[in-house]
Design a protein around this ligand. Structure first.
Ligand code: EPU
Length: 456
């Protein structure tokens, strides 16, 4: 990856970090690339075809590096030319994703269906990703089993076998993005019809379904979260230009708003941001929206009560940038997280920077949804008192999105902030240092002494 990330020089006393010196309002243009949560799934879909597929507008992020390495490990030939990645699946000859990929991202479980179709068996190591909840894979396992896979879970990962996968009726208890993608990737070459009820309809899932359709899959999207997939004998390679990352786009719009500036985001269309735009405009933000860009600014922002949800609701990945923004809104704001049970681990560090955020284990705010994590000891709601003057300090990133909230808070603070654990950010953001520098922020990668303890 071209990011000039981690430069610890092998010194065990230091770690890679970012140092942020606030400069006042951030202004300017940012171009976002294809989304982190779509690109890896398209690369996995390429495994299913009889010929090469090309995915372009790929972001230059750690998750793409990891996924390409896993595809190569099972024998695919992968050619990467800037943002264009071509996967030749004809050379795929191994059923095993090596154990060294254990815990690196969420993608190995999605490779089970494609490996079963191609080689009749699969081993994938334990999935990882951000530590934002228990993130089980039971929906994936149940769906694959219904489709005829024999699965055993070991301490190291998941072993699967199938002579021929067949269509099934699958009902997801919750519209899981990953489990929906597992079903789509498995059902399109299975024998007969699969009916999936309760599927996720996030734009990245629909983008994957459209890519599979381009490869020759027979997929219908019906009302009420129902997908119908009629298995075909074979798929051919296809090409796709990824749509822009709506998580990054929202985060950079907030970078402008939190500093009293104005950021114009290119490369992510309005329809991917509809709920973000309506929520921010309800708080007083003004927008200029064109066919190719969205920019936001505000004279003054009011507090709000927001609840995260599945699409088209306010997405969980927008939650931490929004909480950072709440610290600079005049009054009490509420955020209720409904998707993950442990997504407020970044709050202590924001409080250390001067924010006034209280956490609660009960749903607060409008509470339109049934609580999913009843009795959980981790907080599901926060109340944020703004405007709180923020000050720079030392913070350790707990997960991708929490880490970006630190950068936003650091840009709005007084004094220098040193952020470590930035490898999380490199896994998910395309050239963030360069983008922030374009907006005028004084931000640099550095080697810093190891923090004594983790922040969160
Ligand atoms: N769930 C289960 N069992 C399963 C699968 C999911 O209980 O077998 C639960 C999860 O524990 C969670 C909920 O269902 O409470 C939703 O999880 P989902 O499966 O939708 O999440 P995911 O596919 O693992 C993707 C993104 C996340 C994003 C969510 C929700 C990728 C690689 N990750 O995760 O992105 O928050 O969908 O939209 O696509 C991020 O980018 O920072 C990130 C965490």
């Amino acid at each position: 990856m071209a990011n000039d990330k981690a430069t610890t020089d092998g010194n065990p006393e230091t770690t890679a970090g970012w140092v942020v010196n606030p400069v006042g309002p951030l202004r300017g243009d940012v171009v976002v690339r294809g989304s982190k949560n779509a690109v890896t799934k398209h690369l996995v879909a390429s495994m299913l075809a009889e010929s090469p597929s090309t995915v372009s507008n790929c972001p230059d992020i750690g998750d793409v590096d990891i996924t390409i390495s896993m595809l190569e490990a099972v024998g695919c030939e992968v050619d990467r030319d800037g943002g264009k990645v071509t996967v030749n699946p004809r050379t795929l000859d191994s059923s095993r994703v090596p154990i060294r990929f254990s815990g690196m991202n969420r993608i190995p479980i999605l490779m089970v269906g494609p490996l079963l179709h191609r080689v009749g068996e699969a081993f994938v190591p334990l999935v990882g990703g951000d530590d934002i909840g228990s993130r089980p894979i039971d929906y994936h396992v149940e769906a694959l089993t219904k489709m005829g896979a024999e699965i055993s879970l070991t301490e190291e990962g998941l072993e699967a076998k199938a002579t021929r996968l067949r269509g099934a009726h699958i009902e997801l208890p919750y519209p899981s993005v990953g489990a929906t993608e597992s079903v789509l990737l498995t059902a399109c070459l299975a024998e007969g019809r699969t009916v999936l009820d309760g599927g996720a309809t996030e734009p990245e899932v629909i983008e994957l379904a459209l890519f599979l359709q381009r490869m020759g899959a027979r997929i219908e999207l019906r009302p009420n979260r129902r997908f119908i997939i009629d298995g075909v004998e074979e798929l051919s390679g296809a090409s796709h230009h990824l749509a822009g990352d709506r998580i990054e786009a929202f985060s950079y719009l907030v970078a402008g708003l939190i500093t009293g500036g104005e950021v114009r985001v290119h490369g992510c269309k309005q329809d991917r941001l509809v709920t973000a735009i309506s929520t921010l405009s309800g708080m007083g933000a003004k927008f200029e929206i064109t066919d190719s860009s969205v920019s936001a600014w505000a004279d003054k922002l009011s507090p709000a009560a927001v609840e995260t949800d599945t699409h088209p609701g306010f997405m969980t990945d927008w939650q931490s940038p929004m909480v950072a923004l709440f610290t600079q809104c005049d009054g009490l704001s509420v955020m209720y997280e409904t998707v993950y049970e442990n997504r407020f681990t970044y709050v202590p560090a924001l409080n250390k920077m001067g924010a006034e955020i209280e956490t609660y284990t009960t749903p607060l705010g409008t509470v339109e949804q049934q609580p999913r994590f009843v009795g959980s000891s981790t907080p599901c709601s926060v109340i944020v008192r703004g405007m709180a003057p923020l000050r720079g300090t030392e913070v350790v990133v707990p997960d991708i999105r929490g880490g970006f909230a630190y950068v936003l808070a650091a840009a709005a603070a007084q004094g220098t902030t040193t952020i470590t654990g930035t490898h999380h950010l490199d896994r998910g953001y395309n050239h963030p240092i360069e983008n922030f520098a374009e907006l005028g922020l004084d931000i640099k990668r550095v080697d810093v002494p190891m923090p004594a303890t983790a922040e969160s």
